[in-house]
Ligand binder design. Sequence first.
Ligand SMILES: NC(=O)c1ccc[n+]([C@@H]2O[C@H](COP(=O)([O-])OP(=O)(O)OC[C@H]3O[C@@H](n4cnc5c(N)ncnc54)[C@H](O)[C@@H]3O)[C@@H](O)[C@H]2O)c1
Length: 254
Amino acid sequence: MRFNGKTAIVTGAAGGIGSAVATQFAREGANLCLADTRPEITVAQEIRALGRTVIEQLTDVTDSAAVRLMVERTLEAFGRVDILVNVAGVSSHGSSEQVTEAEWDRVLTNNLKSAFLCCRAVIPPMRAQRYGRIVNIGSILGKNGGNPRPWIDRAEQTRAGNVAYGASKAGVHMLTMFLAKELAADGITVNAVAPGPIASAMTVNFPETLRALIPVGRMGRAAEVAEAVSFLASDAAAFITAEILDVNGGMWGD
Ligand SMILES: NC(=O)c1ccc[n+]([C@@H]2O[C@H](COP(=O)([O-])OP(=O)(O)OC[C@H]3O[C@@H](n4cnc5c(N)ncnc54)[C@H](O)[C@@H]3O)[C@@H](O)[C@H]2O)c1
């Protein structure tokens, strides 16, 4: 129960990893603001059954006014915001030549600008409390230049993350590192988890040939990402900030 009495905002809470993070936090005692553009956040009921208080906030995290409202509603409901987990994101596939300007903007806006807006919105209350934990969800693709091997098989690119996605997640990693330094003196840590391929709606078509390259021999589970997020958000990780933690079954290490 390491989050007893704490309040966490989880964006992308209707998705695979977001639901797992929300459930994990609730099991460990946190009250939650669950945010997504999708109105049906299926884990909300399950979390209430655990005795936690939950608010569900329909939020497009690319919209700064909606993001401000998400934080205001959390403060109204709970009086504080201890933890922010930026999970919301979109995937994008195909070669660089296939990425249109509109697609580039969509991916960068949904994955990177969104994380910036959410972080920025929680800084004032976290600074006032002199306590905060921010965990962003990055990606192995923000580190390794992509999983597909077009020199062997071009088809892999059509079903795995592309340059827009990788660049957005590399941006999330750097956002994490800059904010970690900016907020370190205020009792706020800022870290990221960089998952490899995780079984979720985002990866239903992940190529078998790339799956075979995961050293542990399987896709990751959303709950395994949630465990890492929970650790970074806990007081056990008080001296860890600016870390981009790999959770990828050995597919990449740095
Ligand atoms: N699944 C993987 O293999 C994998 C690997 C590395 C990183 N990630 C990252 O993990 C995060 C979650 O992915 P997932 O696998 O759970 O995918 P998912 O599609 O199941 O969940 C993503 C959720 O984000 C929400 N969302 C998207 N844009 C939004 C916006 N503008 N405002 C509010 N909500 C929005 C969606 O509605 C969805 O519920 C994403 O940031 C993704 O890039 C996933």
